[in-house]
Ligand binder design. Sequence first.
Ligand SMILES: C[S@@+](CC[C@H](N)C(=O)[O-])C[C@H]1O[C@@H](n2cnc3c(N)ncnc32)[C@H](O)[C@@H]1O
Length: 221
Amino acid sequence: MKIKPIPDRLYGRIKGKKLRPRQEWLLEAFLPRTAWPEAPFGITPREIWLEVGFGGGEHAYELATRNPDIGYIAAEVFETGICSLLAKIAPDGVDAPEPLPNLRLFTGDARPLLRSFEAGALSKLFLMFPDPWPKARHAKRRFVHPDMVTEVARALREGGEWRIASDDPTYQEWTDEVMGAQDLFTVTRMTDHPEGWPHTRYEAKAIAAGRRPVYWSAIRR
Ligand SMILES: C[S@@+](CC[C@H](N)C(=O)[O-])C[C@H]1O[C@@H](n2cnc3c(N)ncnc32)[C@H](O)[C@@H]1O
């Protein structure tokens, strides 16, 4: 398998539709209070978990609220998605919303963020339904990539877990190939939704459209 190194360039959408006043407020006034790394956690976290590309934020919000002693950093670049997670934390109609002490949003590219952690700093990394980039010439844009495997392995502690899910047949085959060619992780591949993994909006859409997601749990050796 001949694979080129990854350039840190973003290709997906960053701005969506024009923002409503409430969304503008969330980004301008509320986000700085819950943005990583500017706003530190309001707890001393037992572990740090990172989610890459949280989309609408349902997976991040559910895991962060279920695990109040975990420091959860959720990264996303798409503005509408960022507003959607902020709106879960600060719902419309709540007078004086407060950040969740253990949830922080990173509103930039997750790849340099991942490199910013010390070796072994993370206990879990979630990559739920990454942009598939199905064309072979775009393979270097995929997050699952031999260079990234090394990077994720560096950031995760021994016994830490990297969760991946994809509904795209090309990405599924690619992930099997990339994860099959490495020896830093012990990988379990599942075709049923694993218990305890929150569902995501993208996953629901994929299933409704008749696609069959695959889920991987990769444990750092
Ligand atoms: C197909 S969506 C899936 C969203 C969500 N995980 C879900 O399952 O519903 C992939 C998301 O990853 C985000 N993304 C892509 N590259 C990223 C990067 N380098 N850093 C942070 N987010 C990224 C995109 O903006 C997009 O919202």
